[in-house]
Design a protein around this ligand. Structure first.
Ligand SMILES: *Cc1c(COP(=O)(O)O)cnc(C)c1O
Length: 247
């Protein structure tokens, strides 16, 4: 970590907030509708802490091991991240990458929102383990909207079957998560995000449920995602520009 990293992360975070606010404003939406998840997979726990100190309360990790390590680090250094009222920083972790079923139990101890539920079996495992731990877990179902075979996520038929699974009270399926395909230009990514939204609307009608959350948009395409109704944008490289390059 360089001495200048604190200022860099702080400035980048402020500029991301401004740009997301602008995108929200341009779309005629209310800022309270969109949460920025700071994706910290590129950096270590100390650098992640700089983002928390800058004011980011939602942190996203794509690998369980990193999530475990960082929650441990934060538990051990908690008072350093307390706000001025002396309260512990009110952090919410988000799992945004593929989660293996044998890592579910340990991951649930960090009480994350899981964006990347990409199979029936994982969904059921999260429900079962949440019941055992007596927690209620918020999940999103990841859909493969780009049709890109290399991408994870449920196709629309698999999504229906997942929504058809009876899961009990320990899990809340709150919405959908998606990524635009590689190398898509702005209009194509916007078209894909619109398709996610319409798939969500269709599922709400078909199953008579509410799926309020749409997790879509990253550093390069959050404007398009916000325009199409994203409620969570997952932003990493924009926040850590100038910090991660030299690692
Ligand atoms: C890395 C990652 C992000 C953040 O992407 P950036 O382009 O760095 O903002 C968002 N979502 C997922 C699933 C990721 O793996």
């Amino acid at each position: 970590m360089k001495p200048s990293d604190r200022q860099t992360v702080h400035d980048n975070w402020k500029s991301v907030i401004d740009d997301v606010d602008q995108a929200v404003h341009d779309s005629g939406r209310d800022p309270s509708e969109v949460t920025i998840v700071g994706v910290t997979k590129y950096v270590d726990a100390e650098t992640t802490a700089l983002l928390v100190q800058a004011g980011c309360k939602h942190l996203g990790e794509n690998r369980p091991q990193l999530l475990w390590d960082k929650t441990k680090y934060f538990a051990e250094h908690l008072f350093e991240f307390s706000d001025t009222s002396g309260q512990p920083a009110d952090l919410q972790w988000h799992v945004i990458g593929h989660l293996q079923r044998n890592k579910v139990r340990r991951t649930l101890r960090c009480t994350p929102v899981i964006h990347s539920v990409d199979s029936d079996r994982l969904l059921r495992e999260v429900a079962d383990e949440s019941t055992k731990l007596d927690v209620k877990t918020r999940v999103l179902l990841e859909v493969n909207i780009s049709g890109d075979a290399n991408k994870t996520g449920l196709d629309p038929d698999a999504l229906k079957s997942a929504l058809d699974t009876s899961l009990g009270e320990s899990i809340e399926v709150a919405g959908l998560m998606a990524m635009a395909g590689w190398g898509t230009d702005s209009s194509e990514s916007r078209r894909q995000f619109a398709a996610v939204r319409s798939l969500r609307d269709q599922m709400e009608t078909q199953f008579g449920i509410q799926l309020p959350e749409l997790s879509m948009g990253m550093s390069g395409d959050f404007r398009e995602a916000v325009a199409e109704g994203a409620t969570m944008v997952r932003i990493g490289s924009r926040i850590f520009a100038g910090v991660m390059e030299d690692r």
